[in-house]
Design a protein around this ligand. Sequence first.
Ligand SMILES: [Zn+2]
Length: 193
Amino acid sequence: MGFRFVAIPGHRVVAHPQALPSDERLEPELPPMQEAVERALASAEFRDVKAKDRLRALLQGDRPPNLGSPGSGFGPCAVFAQPPQDLPALLRLADELDSMARREAGERALVWKCGECNARYAVPVALVRPVSIRCERCGHGVELNPNRSLGEESLIDPFLGAVNGARHELASFFREAMARGWPVLVATEDTSA
Ligand SMILES: [Zn+2]
C-alpha cells in the first residue's frame, strides 16, 4: 500500500471529490521506495497503536476517507493527526522515529580482508572476538584481530539508509505541521483508476 502524507491549514481542507489546494501545504520528502517508507513506520506507535495499523484502519477501514485527494494518482485523504488534541502523540511519534533512526545508524562493524583472495569480512563491533577463521572463498586463514582490522564502518546498507532518512524526514514534517497547527492528512495510492 503506497501512501502519502500532507499537511495543510485546517480551514483549507475540502471534501472529496475536490482536490486539496497545492499552494499552501507541507509534504515530507520521502524516498521513492514505498517499502522504505513502510519500514520507517513499521514499529513506531501513535496513540498506543502501531502507526502502520492506524494508517490501514484509516484508509481501508469501514468508514472510507472523505477528504480531498492530495494529487493525481491518490485517493481521498483521512485525518492522521489533528492539532491540538493529537499534538502530544504526534510529537512522541516524531521522537520515536528519530531515536529509532539514531539507534540503527549507530551499529558499526570492524572489517578485514582475506590476504589471499581479498574476500571481505565485517563483524559487528559488539561481537568481535580475536579468532582465526578459514576464508569462505579460498580456505586461507584470516585473523580477525581487532588491532589489525582495516577499520570501522557503518553496517547500514543503502536500504536501511533510506529507511532512516524517511524516519528523520517524517519526524520533522510531523513537528512542523504541529508547530503550524495544521492537521496531518494521509491518502493511499488510487488503485481503482
Ligand atoms: Zn580468501
